[in-house]
Write a protein that binds this ligand. Structure first.
Ligand code: KG4
Ligand code: ZN
Length: 337
């Protein structure tokens, strides 16, 4: 089964052709990062306009690279939400047009479920059940993946998403959008124990996260240093901030593993590319003999391949959409109200 999958939820226009769920025949990503960089973040209206310009050429390139024609496609998938409504609408309109013209089924996919499913593309032998630590620019969640179509939300952020905190702090330090990779790079050269930032929600026995207090503490530290005209080591700030974030995420993830008695954990979302997070989670998993998976960096970012993979497993249970499919910027995970 060949699925043509569209992803336009934020600032990447992506189309992929996926065969039988796990084989990537093509995965074309046209990034708008250079365009949004000068604004310090994604400008929704500009993102939508660029998706309109790019979506068809990207789809054609995906088909060409997969050595496919439109008629070889068995189903069309698209990110339905969550994301920027205008951006999502472009992908949804394109996918509906393709499904209608080809007379093939349409599948509406949850973007966050797609991020989790990127792990199936990475590891052909990975099977549910497992725990997913989902860390992106818009979300921070611990999700139990019971089977391919049943998810349970254990906890999520009460305020900022972890990627949002990375981006904001990097911006204040003078680095361009997206800031996460800059913090990651700087952190490697700094001392993680140089500045004791507060650990978020560390005494609370819940699986929820909160990053706004930590974000404010880092910003206050930078502003105070600036007012006092004291020099700041960006490397130490980045390392101390990243250490605090990673420590919080990994501690909660290990508590969740203990509670659920699962033995496999996967990382998902843009922040899953963070080297400190990967290393620390791996170390803690090795101590406990847990299996750990994370996607290659290209599959951590927003991409059509992960949407096609998710769609395949929805098709297995006949979970199709119809031409009334609409973008839903707040789409919850399956089975979660
Ligand atoms: O999943 P994603 O591509 O978009 C959303 O669905 O939100 O995630 C983007 C986020 C940005 O906040 C970006 O700064 C962050 O992922 N990111 C990183 C790294 N690479 C990307 N954060 C920390 N370390 C990285 N290496
Ligand atoms: Zn994403």
């Amino acid at each position: 089964m060949k699925i043509l999958a569209f992803e336009t939820s934020c600032d990447e226009t992506s189309c992929a052709v996926i065969e039988d769920g796990r084989k990537i025949l093509s995965n074309i990503i046209s990034t708008q990062v250079p365009i949004h960089k000068k604004f310090g973040g994604v400008v929704p209206e500009i993102a939508s306009r660029h998706h309109i310009e790019d979506v068809l050429p990207v789809a054609i390139e995906a088909l060409t690279e997969a050595s496919c024609d439109w008629k070889d496609i068995d189903a069309v998938a698209v990110t339905e939400g969550p994301g920027l409504v205008g951006a999502l609408l472009v992908g949804v309109a394109a996918a509906k047009a393709a499904a209608w013209a080809l007379d093939k089924p349409l599948i509406g996919v949850n973007h966050m479920e797609g991020h989790i499913f990127a792990n199936f593309l990475q590891n052909p032998d990975l099977e549910p059940p497992f725990l997913a630590l989902v860390v992106s620019g818009g979300h921070t969640m611990l999700v139990v993946v019971r089977d391919y179509n049943t998810f349970e939300l254990l906890g999520e952020t009460r305020d900022d998403a972890v990627g949002e905190a990375f981006d904001k702090i990097a911006r204040i330090m003078g680095y361009p959008y997206p800031g996460g990779p800059h913090i990651d790079r700087l952190a490697k050269q700094g001392n993680p124990h140089a500045i004791p930032f507060p650990t978020p929600l560390h005494k609370e026995h819940s699986f929820d996260f909160s990053f706004s207090g930590l974000k404010s503490a880092v910003i206050n530290y930078l502003h105070t240093k600036e007012m006092k005209k004291e020099t700041v080591s960006n490397e130490d700030v980045a390392a101390s901030f990243q250490y605090t974030v990673v420590n919080t995420l990994v501690t909660k993830a290990m508590e969740a593993m203990e509670k659920t008695k699962l033995t496999t954990i996967v990382l998902a979302g843009g922040v899953a590319a963070n080297s400190g997070l990967r290393e620390e989670l791996k170390k803690e998993c090795d101590k406990r003999n847990f299996r750990m998976s994370y996607p290659d960096s290209i599959l951590c970012t927003d991409n059509g391949a992960m949407i096609g993979c998710r769609a395949y497993y929805m098709a297995q249970i006949g979970d199709y959409a119809n031409l009334t499919l609409n973008a839903n910027p707040r789409l919850p995970l399956r089975g979660i109200k």
